[in-house]
Write a protein that binds this ligand. Structure first.
Ligand code: HEC
Ligand code: HEC
Length: 437
């Protein structure tokens, strides 16, 4: 609500300021007391109406992508407003009343459609298995945008992230600085030219200087741009873009997780959707669904292909809460994407290398004693909480600042944060991790 009023004021303050001026002007210029009173009254009504209109628009702007139940509220507000204007401005009253009635009907209908299932059911949304193979390129691209960013249109929203987790590391917009990983704008064209990179061996895969020579024995290397993209996604360490390897490995090992493996586990259909989006959003023609899946089949053996899951919202979807705290702690680490950047002993799939290994039972006491430490934590638990909520309070030496997302304080429930702190504080270098209950 506060957010809404704020947005309305941000947008409409010139209009409101104008009406206030008008009010002052009437006070000064009209001498007949009856007329003056009427003019003042009408301007007040006008101000309330203008404010409601602004709120209604703000409500639309804020909640449009969120698929929110608040949307009909906007229509209801416009209805009320039209009637109000109709009553006080009698000369054009009929018009307002007709308009108001139309909005009432619209609000009623959309409100009915919008409220009904949620209010009645409490049932989980039907689990739809998406049939990627029979979608148009645009439909596939939309699914791809949902997987990468959490929703259609979300690619334009700063910080949006979906279950693919790509924006944790990659910039996507043209010209956008992307330090952790290559900016993915231009990848459809760039992919072909990567094959000419002397470090990308076309001949025997064994000639490669990377940690992993081939996606699997006998898979060979990429021969087309699309195959390069498929290989990048399924075997990041097969070829590492110069300068982006794990520190100290001389670009032999990539920090990117294989995205068909846990925790991301995209199915071939989902991978095709992601790729299609990367072509379509640049206005390029994407290879067909069959061509894309064929490229993936070259690098992902049958047994490693994840079964397509139901169309549940992505693990880290949209702007909502990442973890409620009811999940076991390993799921919390996965849902909150910590595993993409951190190695966490005892947590499956937590092999990230962008941030430090989270043996906080050992690390935290040393950090607090560090003369450079300027935070406020006095205990291991406090240090972990601070690191999650305010990552810049202390930046661990050898790691970049401003890399760990700063909105975990808002996106984790207190229960989830508590479980994270409990678990991490028990981890010590050289000791067995605790059992997960
Ligand atoms: C933990 C960080 C991280 C995540 C998450 C991540 N990547 Fe990457 N990605 C990298 C890094 C670093 C590189 C460059 C090193 C290499 O070539 O592997 C890279 C390379 C790539 C490349 C090759 C780029 C080029 O210019 O040749 C593509 C394509 C790519 N990633 C796509 C994706 C997609 C799609 C996702 C999400 C489904 C994703 N990445 C998730 C870190 C990440
Ligand atoms: C995009 C990568 C990224 C993600 C996602 C991420 N972190 Fe980090 N984290 C870092 C980096 C880089 C550092 C080191 C720099 C710093 O201190 O800010 C760090 C530091 C930390 C530290 C301090 C470690 C120490 O030994 O002092 C803790 C604790 C931590 N992260 C916990 C988490 C948890 C819990 C999550 C998930 C809720 C998470 N991080 C998600 C990148 C990430």
């Amino acid at each position: 609500m506060v957010e809404l009023i704020q947005a309305a004021l941000d947008m409409g303050w010139p209009i409101l300021a104008f009406l206030v001026c008008l009010l002052v002007y009437f006070q000064v210029s009209i001498s007949d007391p009856a007329k003056k009173k009427q003019a003042t009254f009408k301007t007040f009504i006008g101000m309330i109406a203008a404010f409601m209109l602004l709120m209604a628009i703000a409500n639309y702007k804020i909640n449009f992508f969120a698929n929110s139940r608040l949307l009909p509220v906007s229509l209801a507000m416009i209805t009320a407003l039209a009637f109000m204007m109709g009553i006080y401005f009698t000369n054009i009253g009929a018009l307002f009343k007709i308009g108001g009635f139309m909005f009432l009907v619209a609000a009623g209908l959309s409100g009915y459609g919008n409220w009904l299932p949620q209010v009645e059911g409490g049932f989980p949304p039907a689990e739809v298995k998406l049939d990627f193979g029979s979608m148009s390129a645009q439909q596939l691209a939309d699914e791809g945008e949902k997987i990468i960013f959490g929703g259609i249109g979300q690619s334009k929203v700063q910080g949006a992230i979906g279950k693919g987790q790509c924006p944790l590391c990659h910039g996507f917009n043209e010209g956008f600085l992307s330090e952790r990983a290559p900016n993915l704008w231009g990848v459809p064209d760039r992919a072909k030219t990567r094959l000419d990179d002397p470090r990308y061996h076309k001949g025997k895969p064994g000639d490669r200087d990377t940690e992993q020579k081939e996606a699997f024995p006998g898979s060979g290397t990429a021969e087309t741009g699309q195959e390069y993209i498929a290989e990048s996604h399924s075997c990041p360490s097969c070829f590492v873009v110069a300068g982006f390897g794990v520190k100290g490995t001389n670009d032999k090992q990539s920090p990117m997780p294989a995205i068909h493996k846990p925790p991301i586990s995209l199915s071939l259909g989902e991978l095709a959707a992601v790729d299609t989006w990367m072509y379509v959003r640049e206005g390029k023609e994407a290879p067909s669904f069959e061509e894309i899946t064929k490229a993936y089949e070259k690098f992902i053996p049958e047994a490693d292909r994840p079964k397509q899951t139901e169309d549940k919202p992505g693990a880290a979807g949209g702007g909502g809460v990442l973890a409620t705290g009811e999940e076991p702690v390993d799921q919390i680490f996965q849902k909150a994407t910590c595993v993409a950047c951190h190695t966490i002993p005892g947590i499956a799939g937590a092999v990230g290398t962008i941030g430090p290994k989270l043996v906080e039972g050992t690390n935290a006491p040393t950090r607090i004693k560090d003369p450079a430490y300027k935070g406020t934590a006095k205990s291991t638990r406090e240090y972990i909480t601070e690191s999650v909520i305010n990552p810049s309070a202390f930046v661990v030496k050898g790691f970049p600042d401003n890399t760990m997302p700063k909105e975990f304080g808002k996106k984790l429930s207190a229960g989830a944060l508590n479980k994270i702190v409990d678990y991490l504080s028990q981890l010590q270098e050289g000791k067995e991790p605790p059992k997960i209950s």
